[in-house]
Design a protein around this ligand. Structure first.
Ligand code: SF4
Length: 234
């Protein structure tokens, strides 16, 4: 790791974090306990992006620390054989969205909230410049790739954001809601994660890659060789 690079990125992220302290740019500011900026290695090779904080995250001010966070950590540590602190984890919106702003039931962020907050995420990405972004679920995938397509269709296929390869996959909460440990979705997520590991190890992207900005489909090298990837089903 380039420590100079990491230091510069750390400072830039801290400055960004300080600049949004006390943010009231959208209605989520009225009910949040804490702004959940994101955390991890400022020089991470892999960045995970979810939709927004839930109850536990709101209380602790940290991303993915509830049940879904435990599963995401398992994906990173058991599956990818990385430490959670090796990657960077963030969300599209930094404050917890709840139904009717009542502070009880979580909901996906609304368009005006994503519009108000999404620039912070994009700034984080531009500072970190990870080698791969993994979007978790519909809201994060649709926001970053500026699409209305659904995650079931998009997962497992490479896309790009500002030249950075993006792999959409299911949100850990979706796995939990659909059987948890025994969910067949786990296998699908693992298939997607294996493609990321293969890319990180060998620079191979399979299938096709859609450049969303230019709406072009770029054919890339197709090579299925997942057996050689380090890691295991989480
Ligand atoms: S969600 Fe984002 S834009 Fe809205 S108040 Fe929180 S930090 Fe500001």
């Amino acid at each position: 790791m380039d420590s100079k690079n990491q230091t510069v990125k750390t400072v830039m992220l801290e400055e960004l974090k300080e600049s949004i302290a006390g943010c009231t740019a959208c209605k989520l500011s009225t009910t949040r306990k804490n702004i959940v900026f994101g955390e991890g290695n400022p020089d991470a090779r892999v960045m995970f992006i979810g939709e927004g904080p839930g109850k536990d995250e709101d209380i602790q001010g940290r991303p993915f620390v509830g049940r879904a966070g435990i599963l995401l950590t398992a994906i990173i540590e058991k599956g990818m054989k990385l430490r959670r602190s090796d990657v960077y984890i963030g969300n599209v919106v930094k404050c917890r969205p709840t139904v009717n702003l009542e502070g009880t039931r979580d909901r996906p962020p609304e368009d005006d909230e994503k519009e108000a907050c999404g620039g912070y995420l994009k700034k984080q990405i531009s500072i970190i410049r990870p080698e791969v972004i993994i979007t978790l679920g519909n809201p994060a995938t649709r926001f970053l790739l500026n699409t209305k397509q659904g995650i079931t269709k998009m997962r497992g296929t490479w896309y790009t954001y500002e030249g950075i390869p993006v792999m959409p996959t299911f949100h850990p909460s979706y796995i939990l809601r659909n059987g948890g440990d025994s969910s067949p979705l786990k296998k699908l997520v693992w298939e997607d994660i294996k493609k990321v590991l293969e890319y990180l190890e060998k620079g191979i992207r399979d299938a096709e890659d859609v450049d969303n900005e230019n709406n072009e489909t770029i054919k890339l090298t197709t090579r299925h060789n997942n057996d050689t990837v380090q890691g295991s089903l989480f």
